[in-house]
Design a protein around this ligand. Structure first.
Ligand code: ADP
Ligand code: MG
Length: 288
């Protein structure tokens, strides 16, 4: 496109709520064939809340106290939900705190070695109680007391829900009407991913993707005939955004994601991606 066409596109992008950092990316948007969407914070609001505490080997209050103590030092959105559910009560000190990306957190509280994280981290993928919560679209984290690498005792299950952004389903429908293949990527488990994808009207997803593997998932979607775009919000999404041919960040997302992205959705509304593609096709496509 000519510089004038790009300027027109950039101006219209701003009116549509799209901050254009890279005008050439807006020009490329007309050739997007596949759109990869992060789940948490992108399709969903990114404000997860604890919905269920299922005590197994300790009382509910004790489970929340231990879980919040562990999560107190984590920046993960799930951690914020657990800390909020515990409230203002005093938390016991944690020693030897560790966060393992894509899995969870661990530490020692009252001389007990504890872990809080994904069911897969404990080999609990097939647990029926967990599966039932997941099928409702909830993310389940397991609190366990460890004996080395083995959970000596599962203390509690904590289920956390994060609602879809109100416009996500409509955005997916618009993108599909534009002929775009929509794929959801998530570090969350298959059952939760399937439930959220269904709510959003998405029939293709990749679950259980570790933070370091998101960029490879983008590269695997690339083919000769269509460009791959990615929308993300989190710090972990930056490599995947960089790997995509066209990248979008959610405006409310992390600075790292916004800096890595070509285009930013200022209104946190995924319909902006369909708007950008329509704009690119209309304004920049004709002037060649
Ligand atoms: P997402 O792609 O949904 O942002 P992550 O890759 O960050 O997910 O994490 C994947 C899974 O690892 C989470 O669904 C959760 O089960 C577990 N996990 C990661 N960090 C934490 C944490 N701080 N507390 C509890 N669980 C965690
Ligand atoms: Mg996210």
């Amino acid at each position: 496109a000519t510089p004038t066409a790009i300027m027109v596109g950039t101006g219209q992008g701003a009116r549509a709520g799209i901050l254009v950092r890279n005008a050439e990316a807006l020009e490329r948007a007309q050739k997007i064939g596949v759109l990869a969407l992060d789940k948490t914070g992108t399709l969903t609001c990114g404000q997860p809340q604890v919905t269920d505490v299922v005590p197994m080997a300790c009382k509910r209050e004790e489970a929340l106290r231990l879980a919040a103590a562990l999560e107190h030092q984590s920046e993960h959105p799930l951690a914020r939900a657990v800390v909020a559910a515990h409230g203002d009560g005093e938390l016991p000190p944690v020693t030897d705190f560790r966060a393992l990306a894509g899995h969870g957190v661990s530490g020692e509280v009252d001389s007990r070695v504890l872990r809080l994280g994904s069911p897969a981290w404990f080999g609990l993928d097939d647990d029926a109680a967990i599966a039932e919560l997941q099928s409702a679209g909830k993310t389940v984290v397991v609190l366990a007391e460890m004996n080395g690498e083995t959970p000596a005792s599962v203390l509690a299950l904590i289920a956390i829900a994060d609602a879809l952004r109100p416009t996500s389903r409509q955005a997916v429908a618009q993108l599909r009407a534009q002929g775009i293949r929509v794929v959801m990527l998530t570090g969350d488990n298959v059952a939760t991913a399937a439930a959220i994808a269904a709510q959003a009207g998405i029939d293709e997803f990749r679950a259980g993707i570790l933070p370091g593997d998101k960029a490879a998932a983008i590269n695997a979607l690339k083919s000769a005939d269509a460009l791959v775009a990615m929308v993300g919000d989190g710090v972990n999404d930056a490599p995947a955004l960089a790997a995509a041919d066209v990248s979008f960040a959610i405006g409310a997302g992390s600075d790292t994601a916004i800096e890595a992205a070509d285009l930013t959705l200022i209104r946190n509304d995924l319909r902006g991606v369909a708007d950008a593609i329509a704009l690119s096709r209309a304004t920049l496509g004709k002037i060649r």
